[in-house]
Design a protein around this ligand. Sequence first.
Ligand code: HMG
Ligand code: NDP
Length: 413
Amino acid sequence: MKTSRLSGFYKLSIDERLKIVRDFADLSDEEVELLKTSKIGLDKADAMIENVIGTFELPIGIATNFLIDGKDYLVPMVIEEPSVVAAASHGAKIARVKGGFSTLYTGSIMIGQIQVLTDNPHSAKFEVLKHKDEIIEKANEIESSIVKLGGGCKDLTVRVFDNMIVVHLLIDVKDAMGANFINSVCERIAPFIERITGGKVLLRILSNLCPQRLAIAKAVFDKKAVGGEEVVEGIIKAYELAKVDIYRCATHNKGIMNGVCAVLIATGNDFRAVESACYAYSAMQGFKPLTHYEINEDGDLVGYIELPMSVGVVGGAKANPLARICLKILGVKSAEELARVIASVGLAQNFAALRALVTEGIQRGHMELHARGLALSVGAKGDEVEKVVERMLKEGKISMSKAKEILERLRQK
Ligand SMILES: CC(C)(COP(=O)([O-])OP(=O)([O-])OC[C@H]1O[C@@H](n2cnc3c(N)ncnc32)[C@H](O)[C@@H]1OP(=O)([O-])[O-])[C@@H](O)C(=O)NCCC(=O)NCCSC(=O)C[C@@](C)(O)CC(=O)[O-]
Ligand SMILES: NC(=O)C1=CN([C@@H]2O[C@H](COP(=O)(O)OP(=O)(O)OC[C@H]3O[C@@H](n4cnc5c(N)ncnc54)[C@H](OP(=O)(O)O)[C@@H]3O)[C@@H](O)[C@H]2O)C=CC1
């Protein structure tokens, strides 16, 4: 039975970790080699973006312990920030005590916006609504596997402004993120909309805000495993501050995005798109936290997260072979499953950060893991790195100047 509950995974060597991941995800020798070298190749890079001169590496870490809807996941995370992978694994470990994460998904509906400039917006709205079935039918004449799979334009709404209307096409994009498909549909249908409204179409583009494409996750964090009643109450108080204070809310939500963005990057997804959607979704409710906490009748902490999640498991960006390997490690079969996993990671991440904040503070766990990066950044090489880290921890000061001072002392010997 494959399990993601891997106690002490972080104490293993890279080769030992790779062996576990390889067995978990049935990786081939070539895939393991690619993970080790991270060489996606200049030819592939050159096909992905413009004016390529090289590739840029970031570490891939594996978050352990994730049990989501009864299935075990090892979660690849690509990120430059220390302690994020550790914190996600920690949050997932505590969630596991009461059965892990349970999730919901509201469907893969995105919005395509068509802006129509007109002096008679109410008449334009009337004409669009009158021709609704015809617009939807024409939109779905586009040649695409999305329509063949049962996706495509499902409905439309019209919003009226002073001297324009905006038509919203509600489009099911199935397993794609959807931007290219939606933009093609909007451009295709625009001339017909101009004809029936007598207006002038300007923008034809998706909206990154997708409140009909939500991934929702819930976890019960056992009171004892969290650290007792006082810690549970502390987390509730921390959450309450995020609800009433935009300065705290921004940081609270940033902590969630630590986990969300790391999985988006690992799986070749457009992280700017999801980030933009999440912040807009928070703003829609008056800039509120994206997670919510309550205490249940047993005194356990119950956490919820609700995120707009425009992710895909097909499409252009998956040309990156490392993204394909990460998707294989994750073992997700659809955009829906990926969205459910990402929401769970966001909740684990936020819970672990809040737990650290209301107990010992963020610096102990974070700075210990940050120490290695500091040693490297001041030029420590080989076994100097561990020596600098050890001394910093011993001397109780973890900073760049301390790392530099210790390195200089080491080299003078
Ligand atoms: C860092 C920990 C997990 C240590 O926490 P700890 O209590 O020392 O951990 P532990 O020794 O009890 O281990 C518990 C589990 O954590 C994991 N774990 C433990 N250590 C490691 C490690 N070295 N590498 C990988 N995984 C690790 C591992 O899964 C382990 O289980 P085990 O394997 O032992 O059964 C904890 O202090 C923590 O969760 N801190 C939060 C860190 C965090 O949130 N960092 C994000 C950066 S700060 C930020 O950007 C956002 C923020 C904080 O501002 C957001 C906000 O304000 O809301
Ligand atoms: N504002 C924004 O966020 C914008 C983002 N982008 C970029 O657009 C890209 C995402 O667009 P997207 O349309 O998803 O990408 P792609 O066009 O790369 O991929 C989607 C295509 O995959 C094919 N496909 C095969 N199987 C499936 C399936 N099961 N479900 C769905 N599609 C399937 C379909 O093409 P076919 O029918 O031909 O088989 C579909 O149109 C990202 O790279 C993003 O960065 C671009 C513009 C704006």
